[in-house]
Design a binder for this molecule. Structure first.
Ligand code: G6P
Length: 480
């Protein structure tokens, strides 16, 4: 803590930007985790005296705030029961499927909602305790939608931003939520509510009008206060990105280049290496992708002597039933396709249920002729941007689902697909596999211009720029 009464910038996110491990003597150790959000916010945090409030990822871990990399880290403790109800339950079995087009049916449990409220209050209280007078508090993602209002109730002096990293659903789906009005009110506690796509912001504004009858004008929502004073809340799109330069540089290192050649050699030097990289999540369209790939082998339009698919599926939310079912399905399908079409030395699909460090990811991207991003719904999809940032050789083809936020930005260079249209997707995969180098270069250059310019630093600067430039927090009195 500095000499003052708190921090000027407080980030509130479900997870802390560190991994927690238990050391050899049973002591708790923290290791930096290289997540996208922390690379985005690190420079701003270091420049402006920042604190980060979040959960360690483990149950019942009570730890005092501590300093790491010129940031104050403030752990929020969750019990095993709260992890089950707030994190696995309400966040990832109610909100996650509801906000992703109900691809999997959302579950509504009142006990989960109670835990969500209770845990949101704990995050809000922790943030309030860290914020200096007039501080900026930036709350992140669907796990913490009630936090803005909870902070405002205690601290009208601070500016509050909220960014939703996942889609915001159309009203027709959102209104299924039994606590839809409470969620809207929670978000409206912020001064600025940011979304990935313009369409998400429009969905939110429409939900505000229909469920709360507040007046809206373009991106501005007028929220009547109990004291007769109006507040203005802005809702707009701020598409997130990656640390493109860092990824570009990583992929240019001799070690990564060498590793990428090794990967191709270990795969038997295929003519076409296709790659999928996802958290093992039903929103990612992994089953659709594998189905299309299997059919291409069946039809003889691809064959295992010339082509192979590497699918990295990193473990995720393994206690949630829908994720366990997905794993069964994906692994069953991979087994069937390999059983049917693989030959000695030529797997049809190389399936890897692991997470890898950025160096290995960069090598995989560099090795891949075709990158398959076929999500059924995705807030942004940063894998698509990482692939582009890694390709300083201007080679490779990005096949990108229309249902990702990234498609709004990358349509000029990617081949867009509707992953529900298996025949259409098969044709596009074949077109990607056969694209000549000139066309690849032309498209990749367009993609790289976009991704290298609109990086994550620009994203955080633009969000914080709008938030801090918003009209003075002294509200105007409504006419009697
Ligand atoms: C998405 C969400 C993040 C979340 C991440 C990993 O990207 O928007 O908030 O942290 O998935 O999921 P997990 O449940 O492991 O935090």
């Amino acid at each position: 803590m500095t000499g003052k009464e708190g921090f000027d910038l407080v980030v509130v996110a479900n997870r802390l930007p560190v991994d927690f491990t238990v050391g050899p003597g049973g002591e708790i150790e923290w290791k930096r985790s290289p997540g996208g959000l922390v690379t985005a916010l690190e420079p701003v945090m270091q420049a402006s005296d920042g604190a980060w409030v979040g959960w360690s990822g483990a149950p019942d871990l009570a730890s005092e705030p501590f300093d790491a990399d010129e940031m104050r880290l403030v752990p929020v403790t969750l019990s095993a029961d709260e992890i089950e109800r707030y994190y696995e339950g309400f966040s990832n079995d109610t909100l996650w499927p509801l906000y992703h087009d109900v691809i999997s049916p959302p579950t509504y449990h009142r006990t989960w909602w109670d835990a969500y409220r209770r845990v949101n209050q704990r995050f809000a209280d922790a943030a309030v305790a860290q914020a200096a007078p007039g501080a900026v508090v930036w709350v992140h993602d669907y796990q913490l939608q009630l936090v803005p209002q909870m902070i405002r109730a205690q601290r009208p002096d601070v500016r509050i931003g909220f960014f939703n990293h996942i889609p915001f659903p159309p009203l027709e789906l959102f209104q299924q939520l039994p606590w839809r009005r409470q969620v809207i009110d929670g978000l409206l506690g912020a001064d600025l509510v940011g979304f990935q796509r313009a369409g998400d912001a429009a969905n939110f504004i429409r939900a505000v009008r229909r469920l709360r009858a507040h007046t809206t004008r373009g991106p501005i929502i007028t929220v009547p206060g109990e004291d007769g004073r109006d507040r203005h809340v802005r809702a707009a799109a701020f598409p997130i990105s990656i640390d493109s330069r860092r990824f570009d540089e990583l992929a240019r290192t001799p070690e990564v280049q060498q590793r990428s050649r090794e990967i191709r050699a270990d795969l038997g030097d295929p003519d076409i290496m296709m790659l999928g990289v996802d958290r093992l999540d039903y929103t990612k369209g992994i089953r659709h992708r594998i189905k299309a790939y299997g059919e291409l082998l069946q039809d003889g339009r691809l064959d295992v002597e010339h082509a192979t698919l590497v699918q990295v599926a990193s473990p995720s939310r393994e206690n949630v039933d829908a994720y366990q079912e997905l794993r069964e399905h994906v692994e069953g399908a991979v087994g069937r396709i390999n059983g049917e079409y693989a030959e000695i030395g030529h797997a049809a699909i190389h399936y890897l249920h692991h997470s890898y460090p950025p160096e290995e990811m960069a090598a995989l991207y560099l090795a891949a002729d075709v990158m398959l991003v076929t999500a059924l719904r995705d807030g942004m999809n940063l894998v698509a941007k990482e692939y582009v940032a890694a390709r300083s050789d201007d080679r490779g083809v990005l096949v990108l689902s229309e249902f990702t936020g990234a498609a709004d930005e990358l349509s000029s260079g990617a081949l867009l697909v509707n992953p529900h249209d298996i025949d259409g997707m098969k044709d596009i995969i074949v077109a990607a596999a056969h694209m000549d180098h000139r066309e690849q270069r032309k498209r990749m250059r367009r993609l790289r211009r976009k991704v290298l310019t609109d990086d994550v630093a620009r994203w955080s600067e633009s969000f914080l720029g709008v938030l801090t430039a918003m009209p003075s927090r002294v509200p105007r009195r409504r006419p009697e």
